[in-house]
Design a protein around this ligand. Structure first.
Ligand code: AKG
Length: 360
């Protein structure tokens, strides 16, 4: 399988046809730096909300400081489905170390990274890969990126043999980051529950426990995907990650500071995410949209590429267990004649039905 990094390094000026997106999709593509400049300079341009969750006190959720956080997170999740989260409690040096470890892996020669190659055709999804876009069945288009994908948390589920042995700090640093993200996910789910007017533990319980409310072994599962987008000579024709919503409950994104992430706002315009130091981008995914009966929006987003710089993003998907939990709108929200907007389904069923669809 050809790696996009090798293509990029070959110095080609015209990209292979399988990376050229449809005419329709190309209308809104372009170099990520140009799109960022245009998006950020527009007078009155829309900006993804920044929410500081540090003042939220789980022991006193109705204090004015906690209530203000709940309100801000609720509004961002309803209006945008995405927010920059500040005050997340993950130390800067751990975040720097995570970035360093991922860059250390992608800095290795391609031949060395191949030792970790995945094989989706054989059902081996974890590892180093370059994939056909999700719409491959429809138009066979590829995405301009290579990636590393693996289970992250809980540790018992992670196969460290599939994690990079180089650099040596990759495993301990990435593992610690997973533990911190797991705590942050729990905190945000508590805030988001209160935003729906239900008790703080509700969303996490519904994502982790089966219908019978018996404690199942499964935790919220975290999966790590590091996207490596090499420079692209024709960014107006290609896309790094095509437009999609995440199937997860929540997704957490860090980058190397290079622009490329775009989200579709409620007016139907693509907004380029800024680099907001000290924050993590958090997306609402499909699982949370279903539980909230559509109150929280699973955000449509994509990754653009640019001509000059490598972009790297670290995405952690927080997902319910595949089979033991039935995702359905919270019964607490189905009052006063409110109809469920989603049919019950397991996470696996949702995933399988979604494969070729951007939003369902
Ligand atoms: O690179 C990004 O910022 C977003 C990547 C993404 O959406 C994905 O990998 O699913």
């Amino acid at each position: 399988m050809a790696r996009v990094e090798a293509l990029s390094m070959s110095g080609l000026s015209v990209i292979p046809v399988e990376y050229v997106r449809s005419m329709d999709e190309r209308q809104s593509l372009g170099d990520a730096y140009d799109q960022a400049a245009a998006s950020w300079s527009t007078a009155g341009c829309q900006r993804i909300p920044i929410v500081n969750v540090a003042p939220f006190d789980g022991a006193d959720p109705s204090s004015p400081a906690s209530a203000a956080v709940v309100d801000a997170v609720r509004a961002a999740a309803e209006d945008w489905g995405v927010m920059h989260v500040a005050g997340h409690g993950i130390q800067d040096d751990l975040i720097d170390a995570l970035r360093g470890a991922g860059m250390g892996f992608f800095g290795m020669p391609i031949a060395d990274k191949e030792a970790y190659a995945n094989n989706p055709a054989a059902g081996i999804l974890e590892g180093y890969g370059s994939r056909l876009a999700g719409s491959a069945g429809e138009d066979g288009k590829r995405e301009w990126e290579d990636y590393l994908f693996h289970q992250l948390h809980p540790d018992a589920r992670a196969d460290h043999a599939r994690w990079p042995a180089h650099p040596p700090e990759y495993v301990p640093v990435t593992k610690s980051f997973g533990e911190r993200v797991s705590e942050l996910a729990a905190r945000l789910l508590a805030i988001l529950s209160l935003g729906l007017g239900v008790p703080a533990p509700t969303l996490e319980r519904r994502l982790r426990l089966s219908d019978e409310e018996v404690a199942v072994e499964d935790d919220l599962l975290l999966k790590m995907k590091i996207n490596y987008y090499p420079p692209c000579p024709q960014p107006e024709l290609a896309v790094g990650v095509e437009a999609h919503t995440d199937v997860s409950a929540l997704s957490f994104i860090l980058t190397n500071g290079v622009p490329g992430l775009q989200v579709l706002n409620s007016a139907g315009a693509w907004v380029t995410a800024r680099d907001e130091p000290g924050t993590l981008v958090v997306h609402v995914g499909d699982a949370l949209e279903i539980l909230s009966n559509g109150r929280y929006t699973s955000v449509l987003h994509r990754g653009l590429v640019n001509r000059r710089t490598v972009r790297i993003s670290w995405v952690v998907f927080a997902e319910p267990p595949p089979d033991s939990v039935r995702l359905r709108p919270l019964p607490e929200l189905l009052v006063n004649g409110a109809e469920p907007r989603f049919e019950p389904r397991t996470f696996r069923q949702h995933l399988e039905n979604k494969v070729l669809k951007k939003k369902d």
